[in-house]
Design a protein around this ligand. Structure first.
Ligand SMILES: O=C(CO)[C@H](O)[C@H](O)COP(=O)(O)O
Length: 217
């Protein structure tokens, strides 16, 4: 399986986001994971579409925008206009269905995410309409938390469904991914790994990205 690494800008130095994005591009990242938080869906506030728009000018990395916001349907257009290549909304949001419809209409990749307490069954009705499912392996809101190994069965179930129905589904994992936990996620069936702390705080991000991609501890 082709494994992609998406550094999460939540762990970047926000005083120089553009340089941080370029640092990840030079280190060999496949995507830039952009954490959008509204202080309501999660207890933290990060950035909005204007920041994504400015970042779009400084890197060619595809933007993987993770909307941890309560009303994603209100903001999908703004993030797509700003340069998002793929957008993830949360299954727990009442307007997730509407947001996914808008994303498909705009022609960007769309994904649904489940928080740790949400059963993976929540994405089942949408499977054939999704490009990706994001399995959260921490409670969303903050970087630097520990990987929840009890989320691995969700990844296995998703990979099984994708194989069973012949769906080209990407399975992304986010939270506590490092060189020790990446092999677990990959073995379970994940093919896109989000990593904040492990990559941004590494002395050698290029080597860390290569190591994460290898699936070997
Ligand atoms: O979405 C997130 C938190 O809600 C972050 O992307 C995630 O926690 C990555 O950070 P780390 O690799 O440090 O755990």
């Amino acid at each position: 399986m082709n494994i992609q690494i998406a550094p999460s800008i939540l762990s970047a130095d926000f005083a120089c986001l553009g340089q941080e994005a370029r640092r990840m591009e030079l280190a060999g990242a496949d995507l830039l994971h952009i954490d959008v938080m509204d202080g309501h869906f999660v207890p933290n506030i990060t950035i909005g579409a204007p920041v994504v728009y400015c970042l779009r000018k400084v890197t060619k990395l595809p933007f993987d925008v993770h909307l941890m916001i309560s009303e994603p349907d209100r903001y999908v257009d703004a993030f797509v206009d700003a340069g998002a290549n793929m957008v993830t909304v949360h299954a727990e949001c009442p307007s997730a269905d509407e947001a996914l419809k808008q994303l498909r209409h705009r022609g960007v990749k769309c994904a649904l995410s489940v928080k740790p307490g949400t059963p993976v069954d929540a994405v089942y009705p949408y499977l054939d309409k999704l490009d990706m499912v994001l399995v959260m392996t921490v409670e969303p809101g903050f970087g630097g938390q520990s990987f929840m190994t009890d989320m691995l069965p969700k990844i296995r179930t998703l990979r099984q469904w994708a194989d069973q129905f012949g769906l080209p589904l990407d399975i992304q994992v986010d939270g506590g991914v490092d060189v020790n936990t990446a092999p677990l996620a990959i073995a379970a069936g994940a093919n896109i790994l989000v990593a904040g702390t492990a990559v941004f705080y590494s002395d050698d991000p290029k080597a860390t990205i290569r190591k994460l991609r290898s699936g070997r501890a």
